[in-house]
Design a binder for this molecule. Structure first.
Ligand code: ZN
Length: 423
């Protein structure tokens, strides 16, 4: 039995806030009592005085590179980075080798995920080998535990394949997460087709690449009723299309990454390949539109797109270096720094975007603090500043290392067990 005493509870789902003590028994929150009023009992005590007690964070989009690319990350090291970032649940993408387009690989990912102490979920691919040609056995993969379908890393370019996938996913009640970037509009990936690309002598990846596919897929949702998630939204046109789709009542969801709501294409000039991500970080106006989308609910999730790469890979020339940055350990702090401190969002709204919404949209537990629920909790201090360090991920490809960050994660509890403590 564990008692968490003296903290300020903030339940992102209900908005309940105030001084409350919590009792956890057999992994379940059995009591939430006004501060100081929990009946005495023999229990381990976590002193949360001066700290906030909330739901563990939920990331619908991480790359743990396992199987196949474990020199970058594996499921165990990825989970350690997640815990340190305050996460109790993550969904792994499937651009691994082999891909989770078959039951054996999917089961490997789920079983290894179960060894981490947190909830590590696996997606299954939409198409075999992520080649965009032949659909996987969506039904069997869903039955084996895939929480959603995605070919993330690549778009599903064939509209006919996408339409068929949506019909089958809809029948299963599963969502399809989409990396929307039509290669026809991408000359070189990872840099916005704009001023900075020009300085590098490149054409870059244009905004049309994203919003043309978002437009197509909203039309497919309208026809099939299948829920989709537009991953890592990067431009203002996409935000507007998603806003209109939501007004129509379509099941269209969207993610923003911390790098897209924090930086502009100037980051590529400043940080080189460390700021090379797909889709690229774009302009001031795009960043403002993403923040606006987070404020008005158009973008309903914050996802890290945690994408580890080895230092020697990121040291390659810009065009040859792989795209992506690590993100799990700084995401929450960037939310505090870029969204809460400037007054765009309240702390509760940020937490909802990072826990309640992704859990509900993916269809997994989490994102709430209530009696009778499993105890997936994060205890943190929002005001203390820290300097972003190398982190626990096997890779450390992020431009944020060395920057001042508000927010320190103190304790992470998953299913009632303490899985991370900042000592
Ligand atoms: Zn992606």
């Amino acid at each position: 039995m564990t008692d968490i005493l003296g903290g300020t509870l903030l339940d992102p789902e209900s908005g309940k806030a105030g001084l409350y003590d919590l009792r956890i028994r057999d992994g379940i929150i059995t009591e939430i009592a006004e501060g100081g009023k929990l009946p005495a009992a023999e229990a381990d005590v976590i002193d949360a005085t001066g700290r906030i007690v909330t739901a563990g964070l939920v990331d619908p989009h991480v790359h743990f590179r396992d199987p196949g690319f474990t020199h970058k990350e594996d499921i165990l090291t990825g989970a350690e980075a997640a815990k340190r970032g305050g996460y109790t649940s993550v969904v792994m993408m499937g651009n691994t080798s082999p891909h989770p387009d078959n039951l054996e690989t999917l089961r490997y990912m789920i079983e290894k995920g179960a060894q981490t102490g947190i909830r590590v979920y696996a997606c299954a691919n939409v198409t075999m080998g992520m080649e965009g040609k032949e659909l996987t056995d969506l039904e069997a993969l869903a039955a084996a535990g895939a929480v959603l379908f995605t070919d993330d890393g690549l778009p599903v370019t064939d509209a006919g394949i996408m339409r068929e996938a949506c019909k089958r996913a809809q029948a299963l009640g599963k969502m399809i997460s989409l990396h929307e970037e039509d290669p026809a509009f991408v000359k070189e990936s990872g840099v916005n087709a704009g001023a900075v690309a020009k300085e590098l002598g490149l054409s870059g990846a244009s905004r049309e690449a994203e919003y043309s596919m978002v437009e197509r897929d909203i039309a497919i949702v309208r026809e099939t009723g299948c829920a989709i998630d537009v991953q890592h939204v990067s431009c203002k046109e996409s935000v507007e299309l998603i806003r209109e789709a939501k007004k129509e009542g379509l099941p269209v969801h969207a993610e923003a990454t911390p790098h897209h709501f924090t930086m502009t294409e100037d980051a590529v000039r400043q940080y080189g390949t460390l700021a090379k991500v797909n889709p690229p970080i774009r302009t001031k106006e795009d960043r403002a539109a993403i923040i606006e989308g987070l404020k008005d609910g158009t973008i309903d999730m914050i996802a890290t797109d945690h994408a580890p790469h080895a230092a020697e890979e990121k040291a390659l020339p810009f065009v040859k270096a792989p795209s992506g940055m690590t993100g799990l350990e700084n995401a929450f702090s960037l939310g505090l720094r870029e969204l809460v401190r400037p007054g765009h969002l309240t702390l509760t709204e940020l937490l909802r975007l990072m826990s309640t919404n992704p859990a509900r949209i993916v269809g997994i537990p989490g994102g709430y603090v209530r009696e009778g629920a499993e105890a997936d909790l994060l205890i943190f201090d929002p005001d203390t500043e820290r300097v972003a360090d190398r982190g626990l991920s096997r890779s450390s490809n992020t431009p944020f290392t060395g920057q001042r960050m508000p927010g320190v994660v103190h304790t992470v509890i998953c299913k009632g067990k303490t899985v991370y403590e900042n000592v």
